[in-house]
Design a protein around this ligand. Structure first.
Ligand code: HEM
Length: 275
């Protein structure tokens, strides 16, 4: 009897590499849906008043800084920051869909440039607002979000440099790191609301917006996604061991479930009520 006849009855070995791919695809699908909801929120809440009243459109919004009489530069930074957020949050997931890249390479290039510009400009505006107007939280929140701002600038520079040099596999890695850092503010909102829903807000003083959980999240909003990304890169290498890949899947699955809970909580508790 030959092997082809025997093989259908043999149990298939567990394909850890395939499990990694499937888990990452599920994570990405949930993240892309969550990003799309955040984009709808930004379009619905910030665009109409700014289109109608320019800088004064910031008045009456729930922003901690918002419109400030006499602070033209700060108001301009706030307006451009929230307008460009649509390109960053909407464009990021679109750039990562292989089918879009393959079927519309010109769109991918055009969106890539817009995404880079929006992420860099948003970060500079964010850094300016953080250090010139007291907005939310305390010095710890200012430091943690500023580290994110600097990471975005560094990753954007490296993504651009490697693309211009034609080093595309390096470019892919820097572009993915940029995506994680630029979406950290989204991870922050989703994790905050997911945590509030599951624990009732343990470690958070909502009045001053300080507390141990917020200090942890201040760093985790970018360090955790970036660490998972590096682990994913390792799992894709031919030398990656099966138990490392299984551990990766075992970590990403609960994180994805938590993220899905957070997307639901942020949509119902933060974004929908403000629309
Ligand atoms: C590049 C990715 C970023 C996006 C997409 C983004 C998006 C947003 C959005 C949508 C808001 C409005 C608040 C809300 O409704 O949730 C906001 C506010 C704010 N962001 Fe960002 N942000 C980004 C990065 C940053 C960075 C890196 C900093 C600081 C270094 C920062 C500082 C701020 C500040 C201070 C406000 C409050 C503005 C005010 O009160 O007038 N953001 N951001």
């Amino acid at each position: 009897m030959n092997e082809a006849v025997l093989s259908p009855s043999l149990p298939k070995p567990f394909d850890a590499r395939r499990a990694v791919t499937l888990t990452v695809k599920s994570w990405f699908t949930a993240a892309a849906i969550g990003h799309a909801i955040f984009v709808v929120y930004i379009l619905a809440v910030f665009y109409p008043p700014i289109a109608l009243s320019g800088l004064h459109g910031l008045e009456g919004l729930h922003l901690p800084g918002g419109f400030r009489e006499g602070d033209t530069l700060g108001n301009l930074a706030a307006v451009s920051h929230v307008l460009l957020a649509v390109v960053v949050i909407g464009g990021g997931p679109l750039q990562l869909i292989p089918a879009v890249r393959r079927s519309a390479p010109n769109f991918h290039r055009w969106l890539g440039r817009s995404y880079l510009f929006a992420a860099v400009f948003s970060s500079i505006a964010g850094l300016y607002m953080t250090w010139t107007r007291h907005t939310i939280g305390n010095l710890m929140s200012q430091i943690t979000i500023s580290i994110d701002g600097v990471l975005i600038l560094v990753f954007a520079f490296l993504a651009l440099r490697t693309a211009m040099a034609g080093r595309f596999s390096e470019h892919r890695r820097w572009a993915l790191r940029l995506f994680m850092a630029a979406s950290a503010v989204w991870f922050f909102r989703v994790a905050l609301m997911g945590w509030a829903m599951l624990t009732g807000g343990w470690g958070i003083d909502w009045k001053s917006f300080t507390g141990p959980f917020l200090y942890f999240l201040g760093f985790a909003q970018y360090l955790l996604p970036l660490a998972m990304l590096e682990w994913y890169f390792h799992c894709q290498k031919p030398v990656a061991r099966q138990h490392t890949q299984i551990a990766f899947v075992g970590t990403l699955v609960p994180l994805t479930i938590f993220m899905a809970i957070g997307i639901f909580a942020a949509t119902m508790g933060m974004w929908l009520p403000r629309m």
